[in-house]
Design a protein around this ligand. Structure first.
Ligand code: 5GP
Length: 181
C-alpha cells in the first residue's frame, strides 16, 4: 500500500462486485422504461469506475465525456465552466451521468440543470461514492456504489493534486499529507 494511504475504505473486489449489481439494476430500469441512455462521464474522476460499470450494463448505449470545473475562489452555487463539452446534442436524450463522488452536490446539480436546459429528456446519476454529511445543495444520485463518512479519499479515479487516481481501491488520505503542504 502506498504510504499516503491511512486506510483502505473500499477494496477493488468490493468495487467490482458492486459495479456488477449496479449494472444489472441500471439495465433492468432502462429496459423497463424502454429507454437507452447516453452514458456521460465527468472527467477525470469517473474514468476507472465508468470503465468497470459499463461492462455490466447490457444495453446498446453510447458514451461520452464532459469536463467541468467550478469557478474558483467563489462560494457561488451558480455557474460551472465547461472545459470539454459533449460531442453530440443532448436534445431529447436520456442521460446517465457517471461521477466518482457526490460531496457538496454542487457539481452534479449544476451539470444536471445545464443538460436539462439544453433539452435532455431526463438526467439520472450514478456515483461510485456518496458523502452525504457534506451535502450543501439538494441532489441525490439515483444509483450509489458506497456511502462513506466525511473523510478525504483517493484512488479509483479520485485524486490528490492530480495523483493517486490509478490506485485500484478507495483509501483515506493521511492527514499529514495535506497539512504538510
Ligand atoms: P461536489 O460538487 O459534489 O462538492 O464535488 C464533487 C467533486 O469534488 C468530485 O468530483 C471530486 O472531484 C471532488 N471531491 C469531493 N470529495 C472528494 C474526496 O474525498 N476526495 C477527492 N479526491 N475528491 C473529492
Amino acid at each position: 500500500m502506498l504510504n499516503v494511504v491511512e486506510k483502505v475504505l473500499v477494496t477493488q473486489e468490493e468495487i467490482v462486485k458492486r459495479s456488477i449489481e449496479l449494472g444489472k439494476e441500471i439495465t433492468e430500469d432502462y429496459k423497463q422504461a424502454n429507454e437507452i441512455p447516453l452514458v456521460v462521464g465527468l472527467l477525470k474522476g469517473s474514468v476507472p469506475f465508468m470503465a468497470e460499470l459499463m461492462k455490466h450494463i447490457d444495453l446498446d448505449f453510447q458514451f461520452d465525456f464532459m469536463d467541468v470545473s467550478s469557478y474558483e475562489g467563489t462560494e457561488s452555487i451558480g455557474d460551472i465552466r465547461i472545459m470539454k463539452d459533449l460531442d453530440i446534442s443532448v436534445k431529447g436524450l436520456s442521460i446517465l451521468l457517471v461521477e466518482d463522488i457526490v460531496d457538496t452536490g454542487r457539481t452534479l446539480k449544476e451539470v444536471r440543470r445545464m443538460l436539462l436546459n439544453k433539452g435532455a429528456k431526463e438526467v439520472k446519476i450514478v456515483s461510485l461514492l456518496d458523502k452525504p454529511e457534506r451535502r450543501v445543495v439538494e441532489v441525490d444520485a439515483d444509483y450509489v456504489g458506497f456511502t462513506i463518512p466525511n473523510e478525504f479519499v483517493i484512488g479509483f479515479g479520485l485524486d490528490y493534486n492530480q495523483k493517486y487516481r490509478n490506485l485500484p481501491y478507495v483509501g483515506v488520505l493521511k492527514k499529514e499529507i495535506y497539512t504538510e503542504e
